[in-house]
Design a protein around this ligand. Structure first.
Ligand code: COA
Length: 456
Protein backbone atom coordinates (compact mmCIF):
# COMPACT_ATOMS: atom_id res chain seq x y z
CA UNK A 1 0.00 0.00 0.00
CA UNK A 2 1.15 3.52 -0.75
CA UNK A 3 2.57 4.87 2.49
CA UNK A 4 0.79 8.15 1.84
CA UNK A 5 -2.66 6.40 1.79
CA UNK A 6 -3.59 8.64 4.74
CA UNK A 7 -3.83 11.72 2.52
CA UNK A 8 -7.31 10.76 1.40
CA UNK A 9 -8.41 10.31 5.00
CA UNK A 10 -6.90 13.70 5.82
CA UNK A 11 -8.64 15.46 2.91
CA UNK A 12 -12.00 13.91 3.85
CA UNK A 13 -11.77 15.50 7.29
CA UNK A 14 -10.87 19.06 6.32
CA UNK A 15 -13.64 21.53 7.22
CA UNK A 16 -13.89 25.24 7.93
CA UNK A 17 -13.56 26.42 11.52
CA UNK A 18 -17.24 27.43 11.54
CA UNK A 19 -18.26 23.94 10.39
CA UNK A 20 -16.01 22.30 12.98
CA UNK A 21 -17.37 24.24 15.92
CA UNK A 22 -20.87 23.35 14.72
CA UNK A 23 -20.21 19.89 16.18
CA UNK A 24 -20.03 21.37 19.68
CA UNK A 25 -23.39 21.18 21.45
CA UNK A 26 -24.83 23.17 24.33
CA UNK A 27 -23.86 21.57 27.63
CA UNK A 28 -20.71 19.94 26.23
CA UNK A 29 -17.40 19.85 28.08
CA UNK A 30 -14.73 21.26 25.75
CA UNK A 31 -11.05 20.95 26.69
CA UNK A 32 -8.63 23.23 24.85
CA UNK A 33 -4.94 22.69 24.13
CA UNK A 34 -2.45 23.96 26.68
CA UNK A 35 -0.17 27.04 26.79
CA UNK A 36 1.54 27.53 23.39
CA UNK A 37 -0.62 24.68 22.10
CA UNK A 38 -3.76 26.78 22.40
CA UNK A 39 -5.70 26.52 19.11
CA UNK A 40 -6.26 30.25 18.88
CA UNK A 41 -8.13 30.26 15.56
CA UNK A 42 -10.61 27.63 16.75
CA UNK A 43 -11.15 29.44 20.04
CA UNK A 44 -11.68 32.78 18.33
CA UNK A 45 -14.25 31.17 16.02
CA UNK A 46 -16.01 29.59 19.00
CA UNK A 47 -16.14 32.91 20.85
CA UNK A 48 -17.37 34.82 17.79
CA UNK A 49 -20.29 32.38 17.58
CA UNK A 50 -21.07 32.33 21.30
CA UNK A 51 -24.78 32.87 20.74
CA UNK A 52 -25.01 29.34 19.28
CA UNK A 53 -24.35 27.83 22.71
CA UNK A 54 -25.70 27.50 26.22
CA UNK A 55 -23.54 26.35 29.09
CA UNK A 56 -20.59 24.96 27.22
CA UNK A 57 -17.92 24.20 29.82
CA UNK A 58 -14.43 25.24 28.72
CA UNK A 59 -11.51 23.64 30.58
CA UNK A 60 -7.76 24.18 30.43
CA UNK A 61 -4.69 24.82 32.54
CA UNK A 62 -2.11 27.47 31.54
CA UNK A 63 -3.34 29.84 28.86
CA UNK A 64 -1.30 32.47 27.05
CA UNK A 65 -4.45 33.73 25.33
CA UNK A 66 -6.95 36.34 26.36
CA UNK A 67 -9.59 34.00 27.80
CA UNK A 68 -12.35 35.83 25.91
CA UNK A 69 -14.87 33.11 26.87
CA UNK A 70 -14.65 34.33 30.47
CA UNK A 71 -15.92 37.82 29.65
CA UNK A 72 -19.17 38.84 31.38
CA UNK A 73 -21.11 38.92 28.09
CA UNK A 74 -20.32 35.21 27.61
CA UNK A 75 -22.22 34.33 30.80
CA UNK A 76 -24.76 31.59 30.14
CA UNK A 77 -23.04 30.66 26.89
CA UNK A 78 -19.67 29.50 28.24
CA UNK A 79 -18.62 28.59 31.74
CA UNK A 80 -14.88 28.42 32.29
CA UNK A 81 -13.45 25.75 34.59
CA UNK A 82 -9.71 26.24 35.07
CA UNK A 83 -7.18 23.92 36.68
CA UNK A 84 -4.61 26.74 36.59
CA UNK A 85 -5.41 30.42 36.27
CA UNK A 86 -3.58 33.17 34.44
CA UNK A 87 -3.96 36.81 33.49
CA UNK A 88 -6.88 36.10 31.14
CA UNK A 89 -8.93 34.02 33.57
CA UNK A 90 -8.28 34.87 37.22
CA UNK A 91 -10.52 37.94 37.38
CA UNK A 92 -13.49 35.92 36.09
CA UNK A 93 -12.98 33.40 38.90
CA UNK A 94 -12.59 36.18 41.49
CA UNK A 95 -15.83 37.75 40.27
CA UNK A 96 -17.72 34.47 40.53
CA UNK A 97 -18.61 33.72 36.94
CA UNK A 98 -15.90 31.14 36.31
CA UNK A 99 -14.55 28.23 38.34
CA UNK A 100 -11.25 26.90 39.59
CA UNK A 101 -10.73 23.16 40.17
CA UNK A 102 -7.79 22.02 42.32
CA UNK A 103 -5.82 19.01 41.12
CA UNK A 104 -2.25 17.76 40.80
CA UNK A 105 -1.09 18.21 37.22
CA UNK A 106 -0.10 14.54 36.80
CA UNK A 107 -3.66 13.51 37.73
CA UNK A 108 -5.46 15.75 35.22
CA UNK A 109 -5.45 13.24 32.31
CA UNK A 110 -6.99 10.61 34.61
CA UNK A 111 -9.70 13.09 35.67
CA UNK A 112 -10.59 13.67 32.02
CA UNK A 113 -10.66 9.93 31.41
CA UNK A 114 -12.94 9.26 34.41
CA UNK A 115 -14.84 11.88 36.48
CA UNK A 116 -14.84 14.62 33.84
CA UNK A 117 -15.46 12.96 30.47
CA UNK A 118 -14.57 15.16 27.52
CA UNK A 119 -17.05 15.79 24.74
CA UNK A 120 -14.77 17.80 22.50
CA UNK A 121 -10.98 18.30 22.43
CA UNK A 122 -9.97 21.51 20.64
CA UNK A 123 -6.27 21.11 19.91
CA UNK A 124 -3.51 22.43 17.69
CA UNK A 125 -1.09 20.13 15.86
CA UNK A 126 1.70 20.28 13.30
CA UNK A 127 1.22 19.33 9.67
CA UNK A 128 1.29 15.54 9.20
CA UNK A 129 4.55 13.72 8.45
CA UNK A 130 4.90 11.32 5.54
CA UNK A 131 3.18 8.60 7.59
CA UNK A 132 0.18 10.75 8.52
CA UNK A 133 1.19 11.57 12.10
CA UNK A 134 0.69 15.11 13.41
CA UNK A 135 2.62 16.28 16.48
CA UNK A 136 1.27 18.16 19.49
CA UNK A 137 4.63 19.98 19.34
CA UNK A 138 4.93 22.34 22.28
CA UNK A 139 2.27 20.72 24.47
CA UNK A 140 1.95 17.05 25.21
CA UNK A 141 0.84 17.52 28.88
CA UNK A 142 -2.95 16.86 29.11
CA UNK A 143 -3.48 17.87 25.46
CA UNK A 144 -2.43 14.54 23.95
CA UNK A 145 -4.26 12.42 26.62
CA UNK A 146 -7.44 14.47 26.13
CA UNK A 147 -7.28 13.98 22.36
CA UNK A 148 -6.99 10.24 23.09
CA UNK A 149 -10.16 10.14 25.20
CA UNK A 150 -12.47 12.89 23.82
CA UNK A 151 -15.62 11.90 21.95
CA UNK A 152 -14.77 14.41 19.19
CA UNK A 153 -11.31 15.73 18.28
CA UNK A 154 -11.13 18.99 16.34
CA UNK A 155 -7.58 19.92 15.35
CA UNK A 156 -6.18 23.15 13.99
CA UNK A 157 -3.33 22.08 11.71
CA UNK A 158 -0.71 24.79 11.92
CA UNK A 159 2.57 24.75 10.00
CA UNK A 160 4.13 26.88 12.73
CA UNK A 161 3.69 24.09 15.30
CA UNK A 162 7.03 22.30 15.74
CA UNK A 163 7.28 18.53 15.36
CA UNK A 164 8.61 16.93 18.51
CA UNK A 165 9.63 13.41 19.51
CA UNK A 166 8.33 11.39 22.46
CA UNK A 167 4.77 10.22 23.07
CA UNK A 168 3.35 13.24 21.36
CA UNK A 169 1.76 12.20 18.07
CA UNK A 170 -1.74 11.69 16.71
CA UNK A 171 -2.54 9.99 13.42
CA UNK A 172 -4.91 11.85 11.09
CA UNK A 173 -7.33 8.90 11.28
CA UNK A 174 -7.80 9.71 15.02
CA UNK A 175 -8.80 13.32 14.34
CA UNK A 176 -12.48 13.88 13.55
CA UNK A 177 -12.32 17.35 11.99
CA UNK A 178 -9.29 19.15 10.60
CA UNK A 179 -9.14 22.92 10.24
CA UNK A 180 -6.13 24.10 8.29
CA UNK A 181 -5.00 27.43 9.61
CA UNK A 182 -1.37 28.43 9.97
CA UNK A 183 -0.46 31.36 12.20
CA UNK A 184 2.40 32.09 14.62
CA UNK A 185 1.84 30.21 17.86
CA UNK A 186 1.62 32.02 21.19
CA UNK A 187 4.91 33.09 22.74
CA UNK A 188 6.12 34.10 26.15
CA UNK A 189 9.14 36.39 26.41
CA UNK A 190 11.85 35.34 28.90
CA UNK A 191 11.25 36.79 32.36
CA UNK A 192 13.48 39.74 33.28
CA UNK A 193 15.58 38.56 36.21
CA UNK A 194 16.27 41.35 38.73
CA UNK A 195 19.50 41.72 40.72
CA UNK A 196 17.78 40.30 43.82
CA UNK A 197 16.49 37.36 41.83
CA UNK A 198 20.03 36.77 40.57
CA UNK A 199 21.14 36.41 44.18
CA UNK A 200 18.44 33.78 44.67
CA UNK A 201 19.53 32.00 41.49
CA UNK A 202 23.09 31.95 42.80
CA UNK A 203 22.01 30.44 46.13
CA UNK A 204 20.00 27.79 44.30
CA UNK A 205 23.02 26.93 42.17
CA UNK A 206 25.06 26.19 45.30
CA UNK A 207 22.72 23.25 45.95
CA UNK A 208 23.13 21.90 42.41
CA UNK A 209 25.93 19.43 41.71
CA UNK A 210 27.38 18.00 38.51
CA UNK A 211 25.14 15.23 37.22
CA UNK A 212 21.92 16.48 38.87
CA UNK A 213 18.61 16.16 37.08
CA UNK A 214 16.67 19.44 37.11
CA UNK A 215 13.07 20.58 37.16
CA UNK A 216 12.47 24.30 36.83
CA UNK A 217 9.03 25.68 37.67
CA UNK A 218 7.04 28.62 36.41
CA UNK A 219 7.91 32.31 37.02
CA UNK A 220 11.08 34.40 36.97
CA UNK A 221 12.70 32.88 40.07
CA UNK A 222 13.16 29.34 38.75
CA UNK A 223 14.62 30.93 35.60
CA UNK A 224 17.07 32.97 37.66
CA UNK A 225 19.13 29.85 38.35
CA UNK A 226 19.94 29.11 34.69
CA UNK A 227 22.77 31.68 34.27
CA UNK A 228 24.56 30.11 37.25
CA UNK A 229 24.78 26.64 35.77
CA UNK A 230 27.56 27.33 33.28
CA UNK A 231 30.26 25.83 35.53
CA UNK A 232 28.31 22.55 35.99
CA UNK A 233 28.72 19.32 34.06
CA UNK A 234 26.44 16.53 32.87
CA UNK A 235 23.17 18.04 34.03
CA UNK A 236 19.90 16.35 33.16
CA UNK A 237 16.45 17.77 32.51
CA UNK A 238 13.23 16.04 33.49
CA UNK A 239 10.79 18.87 33.88
CA UNK A 240 7.17 19.82 33.52
CA UNK A 241 7.92 23.08 31.76
CA UNK A 242 10.88 24.39 29.78
CA UNK A 243 11.56 27.92 28.59
CA UNK A 244 14.16 29.59 26.36
CA UNK A 245 16.73 29.31 29.18
CA UNK A 246 17.43 25.65 28.40
CA UNK A 247 18.54 26.25 24.81
CA UNK A 248 22.07 27.53 25.31
CA UNK A 249 22.78 25.10 28.17
CA UNK A 250 21.76 22.20 25.93
CA UNK A 251 23.70 23.56 22.94
CA UNK A 252 26.79 23.87 25.15
CA UNK A 253 26.39 20.30 26.39
CA UNK A 254 26.02 21.38 30.02
CA UNK A 255 22.59 19.81 29.99
CA UNK A 256 23.45 16.55 28.21
CA UNK A 257 21.23 14.13 30.15
CA UNK A 258 24.06 11.59 30.36
CA UNK A 259 23.48 10.67 33.99
CA UNK A 260 19.73 10.17 33.83
CA UNK A 261 18.05 6.82 34.34
CA UNK A 262 14.82 7.77 32.55
CA UNK A 263 15.46 8.40 28.85
CA UNK A 264 19.20 9.09 29.12
CA UNK A 265 20.44 11.47 26.45
CA UNK A 266 17.10 13.27 26.18
CA UNK A 267 15.47 16.20 27.98
CA UNK A 268 12.07 14.96 29.12
CA UNK A 269 9.47 17.74 29.14
CA UNK A 270 5.67 17.91 29.18
CA UNK A 271 5.26 21.43 27.74
CA UNK A 272 7.38 24.32 26.57
CA UNK A 273 6.50 27.97 26.76
CA UNK A 274 8.85 30.59 25.32
CA UNK A 275 9.75 32.36 22.13
CA UNK A 276 9.96 31.19 18.52
CA UNK A 277 13.65 30.44 19.18
CA UNK A 278 12.58 27.73 21.64
CA UNK A 279 9.95 26.35 19.29
CA UNK A 280 12.56 26.13 16.50
CA UNK A 281 15.01 24.49 18.90
CA UNK A 282 12.63 21.68 19.87
CA UNK A 283 11.48 21.14 16.27
CA UNK A 284 12.67 17.77 14.98
CA UNK A 285 15.22 17.63 17.82
CA UNK A 286 15.97 14.06 18.94
CA UNK A 287 17.38 15.34 22.24
CA UNK A 288 13.89 16.55 23.26
CA UNK A 289 11.29 14.05 24.45
CA UNK A 290 7.83 15.59 24.89
CA UNK A 291 5.43 13.35 26.79
CA UNK A 292 2.06 13.41 28.54
CA UNK A 293 1.98 14.84 32.05
CA UNK A 294 0.73 11.64 33.67
CA UNK A 295 4.14 10.20 32.74
CA UNK A 296 6.49 13.20 33.06
CA UNK A 297 5.04 14.49 36.35
CA UNK A 298 4.31 11.12 37.95
CA UNK A 299 6.42 11.26 41.15
CA UNK A 300 7.27 7.57 40.70
CA UNK A 301 8.72 8.24 37.23
CA UNK A 302 10.50 11.40 38.42
CA UNK A 303 12.09 9.46 41.27
CA UNK A 304 13.59 6.87 38.93
CA UNK A 305 16.22 9.52 38.20
CA UNK A 306 18.86 10.02 40.89
CA UNK A 307 19.72 13.47 42.25
CA UNK A 308 16.55 15.18 41.11
CA UNK A 309 16.52 18.89 42.04
CA UNK A 310 13.19 20.70 41.79
CA UNK A 311 13.07 24.50 41.90
CA UNK A 312 9.71 26.21 42.30
CA UNK A 313 8.38 29.45 43.69
CA UNK A 314 5.55 30.53 45.95
CA UNK A 315 3.53 33.42 47.32
CA UNK A 316 3.89 32.90 51.09
CA UNK A 317 5.64 30.56 53.53
CA UNK A 318 4.53 30.50 57.15
CA UNK A 319 6.81 29.93 60.11
CA UNK A 320 6.02 26.20 60.12
CA UNK A 321 7.08 25.88 56.48
CA UNK A 322 3.63 25.64 54.91
CA UNK A 323 3.92 26.88 51.35
CA UNK A 324 1.10 28.78 49.59
CA UNK A 325 1.96 29.03 45.90
CA UNK A 326 -1.33 29.43 44.11
CA UNK A 327 -3.55 31.83 46.05
CA UNK A 328 -3.26 35.21 47.72
CA UNK A 329 -5.62 34.66 50.64
CA UNK A 330 -8.89 33.48 49.11
CA UNK A 331 -8.01 34.87 45.67
CA UNK A 332 -6.95 32.02 43.39
CA UNK A 333 -3.92 33.29 41.50
CA UNK A 334 -2.59 30.30 39.55
CA UNK A 335 -2.72 26.60 40.46
CA UNK A 336 -0.73 23.79 42.01
CA UNK A 337 0.62 22.82 38.57
CA UNK A 338 3.40 20.31 39.01
CA UNK A 339 4.91 21.82 42.14
CA UNK A 340 3.92 19.00 44.49
CA UNK A 341 4.51 16.32 41.82
CA UNK A 342 8.15 17.41 41.65
CA UNK A 343 8.65 18.17 45.35
CA UNK A 344 7.55 14.59 46.05
CA UNK A 345 9.42 13.11 43.09
CA UNK A 346 12.60 14.84 44.29
CA UNK A 347 12.04 13.59 47.85
CA UNK A 348 11.72 10.02 46.56
CA UNK A 349 14.75 10.30 44.25
CA UNK A 350 18.07 8.98 45.56
CA UNK A 351 20.05 12.12 46.44
CA UNK A 352 17.09 14.34 45.46
CA UNK A 353 16.45 17.86 46.75
CA UNK A 354 13.51 20.25 46.46
CA UNK A 355 13.79 24.02 46.63
CA UNK A 356 11.16 26.71 47.07
CA UNK A 357 12.81 29.95 45.98
CA UNK A 358 11.24 33.37 46.60
CA UNK A 359 11.97 37.03 46.94
CA UNK A 360 11.68 37.81 50.64
CA UNK A 361 9.04 40.49 49.93
CA UNK A 362 6.26 41.22 47.44
CA UNK A 363 4.27 44.26 46.34
CA UNK A 364 7.24 46.56 46.03
CA UNK A 365 8.74 45.46 49.35
CA UNK A 366 5.63 46.29 51.38
CA UNK A 367 4.77 42.73 52.45
CA UNK A 368 6.89 39.85 53.67
CA UNK A 369 6.52 36.50 51.95
CA UNK A 370 7.68 34.81 55.13
CA UNK A 371 4.76 35.25 57.49
CA UNK A 372 3.64 34.05 60.92
CA UNK A 373 0.38 32.77 59.41
CA UNK A 374 -0.73 32.33 55.81
CA UNK A 375 -3.32 34.88 54.73
CA UNK A 376 -6.86 33.89 55.68
CA UNK A 377 -8.21 31.53 53.02
CA UNK A 378 -4.84 30.76 51.40
CA UNK A 379 -4.51 27.22 50.07
CA UNK A 380 -1.51 25.21 51.25
CA UNK A 381 0.17 24.00 48.07
CA UNK A 382 3.26 22.25 49.47
CA UNK A 383 2.70 21.03 53.00
CA UNK A 384 5.15 21.52 55.84
CA UNK A 385 5.79 17.77 55.68
CA UNK A 386 6.97 17.99 52.07
CA UNK A 387 8.98 21.22 52.04
CA UNK A 388 12.77 20.87 52.12
CA UNK A 389 14.76 24.02 51.26
CA UNK A 390 13.44 27.59 51.17
CA UNK A 391 15.69 30.20 49.57
CA UNK A 392 15.42 33.99 49.50
CA UNK A 393 17.94 36.68 48.56
CA UNK A 394 19.06 36.44 52.21
CA UNK A 395 20.08 32.81 52.12
CA UNK A 396 19.07 29.18 52.38
CA UNK A 397 16.89 27.58 55.05
CA UNK A 398 16.77 23.79 55.34
CA UNK A 399 13.44 22.80 56.92
CA UNK A 400 13.18 19.05 56.45
CA UNK A 401 14.04 17.14 59.60
CA UNK A 402 13.87 20.30 61.69
CA UNK A 403 11.69 21.05 64.70
CA UNK A 404 9.07 23.77 64.55
CA UNK A 405 11.40 26.08 66.49
CA UNK A 406 14.33 25.37 64.18
CA UNK A 407 12.16 25.96 61.14
CA UNK A 408 10.91 29.28 62.47
CA UNK A 409 14.46 30.42 63.26
CA UNK A 410 15.82 29.33 59.88
CA UNK A 411 13.00 31.18 58.10
CA UNK A 412 13.37 34.34 60.18
CA UNK A 413 17.07 34.45 59.23
CA UNK A 414 16.20 34.58 55.54
CA UNK A 415 13.24 36.98 55.88
CA UNK A 416 13.73 40.60 54.86
CA UNK A 417 15.42 42.43 57.80
CA UNK A 418 12.57 44.94 58.10
CA UNK A 419 10.09 42.12 58.88
CA UNK A 420 12.33 40.07 61.18
CA UNK A 421 11.32 41.83 64.40
CA UNK A 422 7.63 41.00 64.04
CA UNK A 423 8.49 37.42 63.12
CA UNK A 424 10.71 37.15 66.21
CA UNK A 425 7.85 38.46 68.36
CA UNK A 426 5.57 35.78 66.93
CA UNK A 427 8.29 33.20 67.67
CA UNK A 428 8.38 34.29 71.29
CA UNK A 429 4.55 34.18 71.62
CA UNK A 430 4.38 30.77 70.01
CA UNK A 431 7.29 29.03 71.70
CA UNK A 432 7.18 30.85 75.04
CA UNK A 433 10.89 31.59 75.04
CA UNK A 434 13.07 34.51 74.00
CA UNK A 435 14.15 34.34 70.36
CA UNK A 436 17.79 34.74 71.42
CA UNK A 437 17.58 31.90 73.96
CA UNK A 438 19.74 28.98 72.78
CA UNK A 439 17.32 26.08 73.01
CA UNK A 440 18.37 22.47 73.10
CA UNK A 441 17.07 21.87 69.59
CA UNK A 442 19.07 24.85 68.30
CA UNK A 443 22.20 23.37 69.89
CA UNK A 444 21.32 20.10 68.20
CA UNK A 445 21.13 21.71 64.78
CA UNK A 446 24.35 23.63 65.34
CA UNK A 447 26.18 20.36 65.94
CA UNK A 448 25.25 19.26 62.45
CA UNK A 449 26.74 20.81 59.38
CA UNK A 450 24.55 23.86 58.69
CA UNK A 451 23.68 24.19 55.03
CA UNK A 452 21.95 27.49 55.73
CA UNK A 453 23.92 30.40 54.36
CA UNK A 454 22.43 33.66 55.48
CA UNK A 455 23.22 37.28 54.97
CA UNK A 456 22.11 40.14 57.18
N1 COA B 1 1.20 38.91 49.21
C1 COA B 1 0.46 39.61 48.31
N2 COA B 1 0.67 39.54 46.98
C2 COA B 1 1.67 38.74 46.56
C3 COA B 1 2.46 38.00 47.45
C4 COA B 1 2.20 38.11 48.81
N3 COA B 1 2.92 37.42 49.70
N4 COA B 1 3.37 37.29 46.73
C5 COA B 1 3.15 37.58 45.44
N5 COA B 1 2.14 38.45 45.34
C6 COA B 1 1.62 39.04 44.11
C7 COA B 1 2.69 39.83 43.38
O1 COA B 1 2.71 41.18 43.82
C8 COA B 1 2.26 39.70 41.94
O2 COA B 1 1.17 40.58 41.71
P1 COA B 1 0.97 41.30 40.29
O3 COA B 1 0.68 40.18 39.32
O4 COA B 1 -0.19 42.19 40.53
O5 COA B 1 2.26 41.99 40.01
C9 COA B 1 1.68 38.29 41.89
O6 COA B 1 1.33 37.96 43.22
C10 COA B 1 2.67 37.23 41.36
O7 COA B 1 3.82 37.25 42.13
P2 COA B 1 5.24 36.81 41.57
O8 COA B 1 5.93 36.13 42.65
O9 COA B 1 5.93 37.94 40.92
O10 COA B 1 4.82 35.79 40.40
P3 COA B 1 5.64 34.79 39.50
O11 COA B 1 5.25 35.07 38.12
O12 COA B 1 7.11 34.78 39.82
O13 COA B 1 5.02 33.38 39.93
C11 COA B 1 4.01 31.89 41.49
C12 COA B 1 5.13 32.91 41.25
C13 COA B 1 4.23 31.33 42.87
C14 COA B 1 2.67 32.54 41.39
C15 COA B 1 4.18 30.78 40.41
O14 COA B 1 5.44 30.20 40.55
C16 COA B 1 3.11 29.70 40.55
O15 COA B 1 2.01 29.86 40.06
N6 COA B 1 3.46 28.59 41.24
C17 COA B 1 2.55 27.48 41.45
C18 COA B 1 2.67 26.40 40.41
C19 COA B 1 4.03 25.82 40.29
O16 COA B 1 4.93 26.05 41.07
N7 COA B 1 4.24 25.02 39.28
C20 COA B 1 5.52 24.41 39.09
C21 COA B 1 5.67 23.63 37.91
S1 COA B 1 5.65 24.59 36.40
Amino acid sequence: MNIQYWKEIYDSKVVTAKEAIGYIKSGDRVVTGHAAGEPTYLIDTLVENYEMYENVEICHLVSLGEGKYTRPEMKGHFVFNGFFLGAGTRDAVAQGYANYSPGFFHEIPKLFRTELPVDVALVMVSSPDKHGFCSFGTSSDYTKPVADCAKIVIAQVNEFMPRTFGGNLIHVRDIDFIVEHSEPILEQQPAKVSILEQKIGKYCSTLIKDGDCLQLGIGSIPESVLPFLWDKKDLGLHTEMASDGIIDLMLAGIINNKKKNVEPGRSVITFVMGTRRLYDFIDDNPEISMNPVDYVNDPVIIAKNDNVVSINSCIQVDLMGQVASESIGLRQFSGVGGQVDFVRGAAMSKGGRSIIAILSTAKGGTVSRIVPFLDKGAAVTTSRNDVQYVITEYGIALLKGKTLKERARALIKIAHPKFRQELKEEYERRFLEPYDYVTCDLRRSEKKEQPAVTEE
